[in-house]
Design a protein around this ligand. Sequence first.
Ligand code: ADP
Ligand code: MG
Length: 745
Amino acid sequence: MTLAERSEWAITVLSTLRQRPTASKARRSKSTKPYVETESQLNILDAETSILSTVRPKVSAALKKLDARTVGNLIYLFPRRHNEVVKISALSPGEDQTIVASLWEARPTQLGRSLKGTETVFGDETGNIRIVWFNQPYLVRHFKPGRRYVLSGRVSIFRGHRTMDSPSYEELTESSALEKLVEHGHLFPIYPLTEGITQQTMRKIVREALSKAVSHAKELMPSGILQRNRLIALGKALWQAHYPDNIEAYETARRRLAFDELFILLLRVLYFRTKSNVAESSISLFPPEGALETFISSLPFELTNAQKRVLEEVTQDLISSKKPMSRLIQGDVGSGKTVIALAALVTAATSSFQSAIMAPTEILAEQHFLTVTNLLQGLTEPSVKQHLISIRLPPYSKPILIGLLLGNTPARAKRELQAMLYEGTLDIVIGTHAIIQENVSIPNLALAIVDEQHRFGVKQRAALREHGKQPHMLVMSATPIPRTLTLTLYGDLDLSTLDELPPGRQPIRTKAVGPERRSAVHDFVRREIASGKQAFFIYPLIDESDSINARATIKEHHRLSTDIFPDLQIGLLHGRMPTSEKKDVMDRFRSGELNILVSTAVIEVGIDVPNATVMLIESADRFGLAQLHQFRGRVGRGSQTSYCIMIAESPSEDAKERLLAMEKITDGFELAEVDLQLRGAGDYFGTRQSGLPNLRMARLADTNLLSLAREEANILLESDPELSNHPLILNEINEMRDTIAGEAG
Ligand code: ADP
Ligand code: MG
């Protein structure tokens, strides 16, 4: 391959890493759904959710936020959990519970001067409960006294009596389909929600989807596999996953669906591993003696032993001409992955090759660019341009040019950078994946680094290997994937682990408190700021929360700056801001001009501001452990004592355990294991933050199932290595690529 061919190829490959799914691909985003439509068939599974009679246009838009675009997606939108019906007398405050009760009365009520509501009394054989829906006087018309209803919601105490806070309600009459579905078990599904969809709406929608579409779901598992592993039929499993007869039936259904997921996942890794014909040779990056040493000795700190070890592993790969590097660096937040990446980049540059590092967001790309300037102060040459710096690494004689190329780089600068890349005069390019899609050609590319990239699929990695000469690949991930799973997911990558934090780091003091301590916390923040420190305040984004209780970040920012800290400089960062504004706010926070940065989860990955010592997380019960840990990793990056304070209004039992785990455990990998134990089916894998494929039913604790699935995958590949006798399965495996690449960043 010529250099030009190689670069063109590399660009094609790399750009697929960032391809947004097209509409039709996105529709299949339930990656492991075990059916495949044929072309001739206009399948209801692929129809938009709006064809269902229970789905109004607004709801259809909201469903997309839950990744449910099609009817087929809906039947795979599994409940977060099931609530077993409890008696009214057994309701316990703070829990999210479900009752089945008869309505005694419902009447409109005046709750304040302008606040109207609906007041109801429900009862079962153990007692009565008064429930008020605020702001919804029209509900009166829906309720029919004498009928039975299913009510699910958070139990609380009002004036000494138990009540439920705006519970979801569904009528449960003798004749309703719902009654039949739950006649044995009285297990009610609790679905993930998003703004604009209530629990009762979701239940109705999913029931309609199930009754119309389950029979069309294609069984792609060979019958031999089903028999050998005592797996129930797909249709039955799907129904039971939503409306199980009892807990055992649910478990049987979950087992079947989890098997499908694990089987496809493993088969995919094995299939592409055997297919990938590992290149016989690669570009050997051999820097002049001393250049890398110059880089390392100019750093303002000593590398940790873990960094030294990992860097050694990386440079060995780069020097070798046997095969291109395919390496994953895993390291907890703050373990210092960036320096390793930089060392690899300068290794390529001083070997006279080009290299690129791609970050998932512009803020992060920008930050990497700044890091180079800051870390290598003694080596940088005065720069005339914002997007270009030049460093010297003697004894390498030429200056090394480093460019920052973002989607919003001004056109002229962009053209200049692109020209330099094409001519080979730009040695290192820092940017997002977007740069690679915009007709950028990097003829001399020898190393591509993907930072904080969690969803980098096995198929892309295999594709990289399919070519003769190809750039070395380095993937860096801060998602602590439980060790038990690493091999399954990254079986085709070599693994380096940064298992040591830089010295001098003090454990971040972590505390969960109730809202009554908020003003004390604010006082504390004020004191930290008075001594020159900075703070992050995180709020869950209203769009992403499933409750009206979530504090709107924008409103909070306003309140904080006018009422609470009128004398301080407070910045606001959220996902819907234009990039230039985001950048501006980040710059001002980095430079210390802003004392507090109020942010949504945007901040989550990678931000490095060592002077920030306080991470305050509001509504902390709404975040998963992996996410909380990522937030916490934003502080404690310098040598000063740092604090992570989590405020939770009235956390559920699950949330309490998460917060407790955060207080006790600082190690990300250890937390990941705890996370697994705390989470139920369809939860751990399902969360985007987990950085794992979108598995819904499989649990890591399913080690038994995992080995059965692996065995079957091996058997299948032995008898049919090309999967030519299993086109449905092959198709499924191929489809998965789009999902994983499409979800990136
Ligand atoms: P992450 O692994 O989360 O990407 P970074 O690479 O952003 O971590 O590093 C976190 C912080 O630690 C940065 O401010 C970086 O400069 C600093 N750092 C990295 N390595 C060391 C080290 N060996 N000693 C001291 N500080 C270090
Ligand atoms: Mg990082």
